[in-house]
Design a binder for this molecule. Structure first.
Ligand code: TMP
Length: 236
C-alpha cells in the first residue's frame, strides 16, 4: 500500500491518501491539545500507544458486531483505515460525572449515573464544538433519524463492551467520545480513535486518572499514565 499525499492534519493525527481510493492511512502524532487547541504540548510515545490501543479495541468491536474503519496496523504509528466521510458529531457516552458534565450541570466529579448518558456535540472548531440535540441535528442535516438511532445503538453497545473489557484490567470507564463515518455506499461505521486522548480512564481501586485529564489539568506524570494504560491492556 503506497502512502500518497496528506489529505488532512488534525490536532493528534495526520491522514494520507493511498493508491486505493477506498483506503486511507492514519498517522498518530505525539502532539496534544486541550480546550480547543488553546493548550498545546507533547506527550512522548502517545502516538504509538493510541494507535495500538485504538486498533486493539476496534478489532474486538468488529468481532462483537460493531463495524469500524479499521483495516490493518502498518507501523507503530500508522494504520490503514477505510475512507469514510466523517459525520461531524462528537458522540459522548458517560457513566460517571466528570469534565464538562460536572461543570455544566454542577454535579460532583465521580457521581455514578444510574444509566449511561449520551450527548452530541457539533464537531466544529470555529464554533467550539457546541452541544447539539436530535432536532437540531436533523435541522442542519448532519444525520437522518434512522442514522442517529443506529449511532446511539452502537455507542451504547460500545460502552457496555469497553466497560467490561476495561473492568477486567482494573480500569473504570468514566466517559468517552466517538466519531462515526459513512462509507461511499452509505454504511455507518465507527471511525477516529479510542484512546486515553478520547476517554476518561480511572484506576478502579485508587481512582487515579490514567488519561489526558493529566495533561488538561496539569496533574503531572502524563506519559506515565499513557504507559500504564498500555500496560494494563497489553501487559508488559
Ligand atoms: P468533556 O467532559 O470535556 O465533555 O469530555 C467528555 C469525553 O470526551 C472525555 O472522555 C474526553 C473526550 N473528548 C474528546 O475526545 N475530545 C474533545 O475535544 C473533548 C472536549 C472531549
Amino acid at each position: 500500500m503506497k502512502k500518497l499525499d496528506q489529505v488532512y492534519e488534525g490536532k493528534a493525527k495526520k491522514v494520507f491518501k493511498t493508491d486505493d481510493a477506498n483506503l486511507l492511512i492514519v498517522d498518530y502524532k505525539d502532539d496534544a491539545t486541550a480546550f480547543n487547541g488553546v493548550k498545546k504540548g507533547t506527550i512522548i510515545g502517545k502516538g504509538a500507544i493510541n494507535n495500538r490501543m485504538t486498533n486493539h479495541f476496534m478489532r474486538l468491536l468488529e468481532q462483537a458486531g460493531v463495524p469500524t474503519h479499521y483495516v490493518e496496523e502498518l507501523t507503530d504509528r500508522e494504520t490503514l483505515v477505510k475512507n469514510v466521510k466523517i459525520i461531524p458529531l462528537e458522540v459522548i457516552v458517560r457513566n460517571i460525572a466528570a469534565g464538562s458534565f460536572s461543570k455544566r450541570f454542577g454535579v460532583k466529579e465521580g457521581t455514578v449515573f444510574r444509566k449511561p448518558t449520551l450527548e452530541f456535540s457539533y464537531k466544529n472548531d470555529e464554533l467550539g464544538d457546541p452541544m447539539i440535540n436530535d432536532s437540531q441535528i436533523y435541522a442542519i442535516d448532519l444525520a437522518k433519524p434512522s442514522e442517529l438511532a443506529l449511532i446511539r445503538e452502537y455507542a451504547l453497545r460500545i460502552n457496555e463492551f469497553l466497560k467490561s473489557t476495561l473492568f477486567e484490567c482494573g480500569i473504570t470507564l468514566v466517559d468517552f467520545k466517538l466519531e462515526f463515518g459513512k462509507t461511499s455506499d452509505g454504511v455507518i461505521i465507527l471511525a477516529d480513535e479510542i484512546s486515553p486522548d478520547t476517554c476518561r480512564f480511572w484506576d478502579a481501586k485508587t481512582g487515579e486518572k490514567l488519561d489526558k485529564d493529566r495533561f488538561r489539568q496539569d496533574l503531572g506524570n502524563v506519559e506515565g499514565a499513557y504507559q500504564e494504560m498500555s500496560r494494563r491492556i497489553f501487559g508488559k
